[in-house]
Design a protein around this ligand. Structure first.
Ligand code: NAD
Length: 502
């Protein structure tokens, strides 16, 4: 039985009204249209945004361009930019509860988890602030007496930042502070489902001293507000997080003007478990990894690859623990799994489950939506007898659905792990570090966890192999991603001849 936390009615709820931030001004959209975001758990309108059109996107790009070409931000010292980013981190921390509440009401994620994401975001802003002072190029004094080579790192220019709905504040924080640390200016377009916390960030950045036009924030659909900022000739780089399909579209749009593109896309992350693993720790991690953020997570550990000798026992233990997972009201601090983002997305999850059972998989737990009287929820679900070629084993379900596969030999486990289009993350569980390292080195994914799951740190790069993305975020090179490299090749002393006789 699922532990149900029924949503409480929000009797005194008041809808928040937001404008767009363009050139330091909070402004209405050119057409005056709005988007309303309905809470996926509480049936109230959380936020009302101005819906940007291509004309608004154009204004935002023009402001970012002016701020880059003539404004103070790219010309400040690293120390000055760092101080402002640190101030922003302090202000985020001070408004953490407000930001967490907005993300929870708009996305349906549990409030305790949203608060944790704010702590993570504050740490990233501080980390990026530190990197702002350390950005530097190289010099070559080894090219002979007549040559000195200096390699500069210059901010790349205007960056379009596009983010998804599943970690609204955390993901913009994986991009924007690094772009700003490098001296870039930005146009940010959050998901139209969860734009609130990014708009509050706009207020925070103004209060922290980010100059007008350096950060512009527009809200709108992908087609109307997103597409123009991926193709406009005045944009120099795109940093996109979202689905692989829209990532490909973004790259196509960017190709017309050869913009630099950084893509953080989908995942279908294998967890390979050997018989000598600490099974108690794994079962806990598996339950967390499958249902965290209701499975609406690029890193979801949604594909278990268990050694055949332990598969039945492990599935039974995961099913038992899954029954204690608390599903329901995102505002209850004890809730572990909140609401599903939209009714349409819930139907998509159910379609995947039906497709798997039609193809011969068995439902070991859950399998249905959960009626809690308000909002849309899904029961933690375990599918066994899943075959590697099934859609549920290869595609992102983006719901609390675990697919279980099994293996006999190490080569078979690695083959199953790698035989899909994604390569975002994976985990290996064994008490033999030999096993972990040998398997970890052969699995094609950007992050390999060994005897742990979904741990992260601002210092550790994150990103995908194959169709999970292009480039890396976080880590000490994250600021460099937002730079161009310029070579200064200097001649010293008397000139030697090239072709002209002397
Ligand atoms: P999505 O691709 O539908 O939308 C992402 C963003 O792109 C939104 O802001 C959307 O409005 C915008 N967009 C849509 N169409 C566009 C277009 N034609 N041009 C420009 N922008 C457009 O993704 P989603 O449903 O919001 O998020 C879920 C996806 O994000 C999943 O695939 C998930 O794996 C992925 N994701 C990846 C990571 C990572 O770090 N790798 C992290 C979180 C989410």
């Amino acid at each position: 039985m699922t532990v149900m936390m029924r949503p409480q009615a929000l009797t005194s709820h008041k809808t928040r009204e937001f404008k767009m931030l363009i050139d330091g001004q909070w402004t209405a959209g050119a057409k005056g249209r709005t988007i309303e975001r309905m809470s996926p758990a509480h049936g109230v309108v959380v936020s009302r945004y101005q819906s940007a059109t291509a004309a608004d996107a154009e204004r935002a790009i023009a402001a970012a361009r002016r701020a880059f070409d003539n404004g103070p931000w790219p010309r400040m010292t690293g120390a000055e930019r760092s101080r402002i980013l640190l101030k922003a981190a302090d202000l985020i921390e001070a408004r953490k509860d407000e930001l967490a509440l907005l993300d929870t009401l708009e996305s349906g994620k549990p409030i305790s988890q949203a608060r944790g994401e704010m702590d993570g975001a504050v740490d990233i802003w501080r980390y990026a602030a530190a990197l702002a002072r350390d950005l530097h190029g190289e010099s070559y004094n080894t090219l002979g007496d007549g040559t000195l080579g200096v390699v500069l790192r210059e901010p790349i220019g205007v960056v379009s930042i596009i983010t998804p709905w599943n970690f609204p504040f955390l993901i913009v924080s994986q991009k924007l502070p690094f772009a700003l640390a490098a001296g870039c200016t930005a146009v940010v377009k959050p998901s139209e489902l969860t734009s609130g916390s990014t708009l509050v960030l706009g207020e925070i950045l103004q209060d922290a001293g980010v100059p007008a036009g350096a950060v512009n924030i527009i809200v709108g659909t992908g087609a109307e507000a997103g597409a123009p900022i991926t193709s406009h000739p005045d944009v120099d780089m795109i940093s996109f997080t979202g689905s692989t399909g829209v990532g490909k579209l973004t790259m196509t749009n960017a190709a017309q003007t050869l913009k630099k593109v950084s893509l953080e896309l989908g995942g279908k992350n294998p967890q390979i478990v050997f018989p000598d693993a600490d099974l108690e720790a794994f079962v806990d991690a598996a339950v967390f990894g499958a249902y965290f953020n209701a499975g609406e997570c690029c890193n979801a550990g949604s594909r278990l690859i268990l050694h055949r000798s332990i598969a039945d026992e492990v599935v039974a233990r995961i099913a038992e623990l899954s029954k204690s997972v608390k599903v329901g009201d995102p505002l209850n601090p004890d809730t572990q799994v909140g609401a599903i983002i939209t009714p349409q997305h819930l139907s998509k999850i159910e379609t995947y489950v039906r497709g798997a059972t039609d193809g011969g998989a068995a439902v070991s737990l859950g399998g249905d939506s959960l009626d809690l009287g308000m909002g849309q929820f899904m029961t933690p679900t375990i599918l066994t007898g899943v075959q590697p070629e099934m859609a549920v084993a290869r595609e992102e379900v983006f719901g609390p659905v675990l697919s279980v596969l099994s293996f006999e030999t190490v080569d078979e486990a690695i083959h199953i792990a790698n035989a899909i289009d994604y390569g975002l993350s994976a985990s290996v569980w064994s008490s033999s570090m030999d096993n972990c390292l040998m398997v970890g080195r052969r699995v094609r994914a950007g992050t390999i966890w060994m005897n742990t799951f979904m741990d992260g740190a601002s210092e550790l790069p994150f990103g995908g192999y194959k169709q999970s993305g292009l480039g890396r975020e976080l880590g000490r090179h994250a600021v460099e991603d937002y730079t161009e490299t310029k070579t200064l090749n200097m001649h010293l002393g008397p000139r030697t001849a090239w072709w002209m006789p002397r």
